[in-house]
Design a protein around this ligand. Structure first.
Ligand SMILES: *Cc1c(COP(=O)(O)O)cnc(C)c1O
Length: 229
């Protein structure tokens, strides 16, 4: 099931990319395996899948240590400063950086371990109260403040769009995130890349690809419904 689902979604991603004139290779499909067992991950590793998404530090570390072959684990969920030390050298990319305090802690722990931690800035484009992330107008000052941290490398932006019935309702949020990334590029800030736009989930990944996503994070459509968040 999981393998068939993955192949189907990968095909959908590729078709959507081609239909809007994009190269399918420019889009990474992250299989969001949160709450799902290692055995599901192993099935995908067998067919060569390399990118998995987790939203809890403990779960990411457990899976990281127990997979049969090294693969990339993305931390896509909110990160508390007291957990940073466990994950700076394990997550291939932390998608959820949204405070100076958190960025400072990542710098401190990455320095201790002598690694450079790859991050995205989480943007709450839709300004939903319940969600983490910076508001659009806070992003450039934030990046200017943390871009000089030597052991932290900014690769781009991430957003979690609202849960909506019709994915078209999220198109403008994705477009806004893309435009923000272009505005940042035009500022030419040292040590900052904008190669990654992490946006789109089971419900809205096609619209996100049409609007420029380079990473889509798909859980339910690959692994089935979750019992808890
Ligand atoms: C759970 C989660 C996803 C995947 O959501 P689905 O709707 O199951 O595809 C993507 N991104 C984040 C940040 C998540 O927490």
């Amino acid at each position: 099931m999981v393998v068939d689902n993955y192949k189907y979604i990968r095909e959908q991603v590729e078709t959507t990319a081609r239909n809007c004139g994009r190269n399918p290779r420019d889009i990474t499909l992250i299989a969001v395996s949160k709450t799902k067992p290692l055995s599901d991950i192993e099935k995908l590793i067998q067919i060569g899948v390399d990118d998995f998404g987790e939203n809890k530090v403990q779960e990411l570390c457990d899976k990281y240590e127990n997979v049969s072959k090294p693969v990339s684990f993305h931390l896509i969920g909110h990160l508390q400063t007291n957990k940073v030390k466990y994950v700076v050298d394990k997550a291939c990319l932390i998608h959820s950086v949204d405070t100076v305090k958190l960025a400072k802690e990542i710098q401190k722990e990455a320095f201790k371990k002598q690694v450079t931690t790859q991050i995205l800035i989480e943007v709450n484009v839709a300004e939903e109260e319940s969600k983490f992330g910076l508001h659009v107008d806070e992003v450039i000052p934030f990046i200017e403040e943390i871009s000089s941290y030597p052991n932290v490398h900014i690769n781009g932006l991430m957003t979690i769009a609202p849960f909506v019935e019709n994915p078209e309702e999220n198109r403008n949020y994705f477009r806004t995130l893309k435009q923000l990334s272009l505005d940042i590029i035009s500022k030419n800030i040292d040590n900052v890349d904008m190669n990654v736009l992490s946006m789109g989930m089971t419900n809205d990944y096609k619209v996100a690809i049409e609007e420029g996503a380079t990473m889509v994070r798909v859980g339910t459509a690959i692994f089935g419904a979750r019992n808890y968040i």
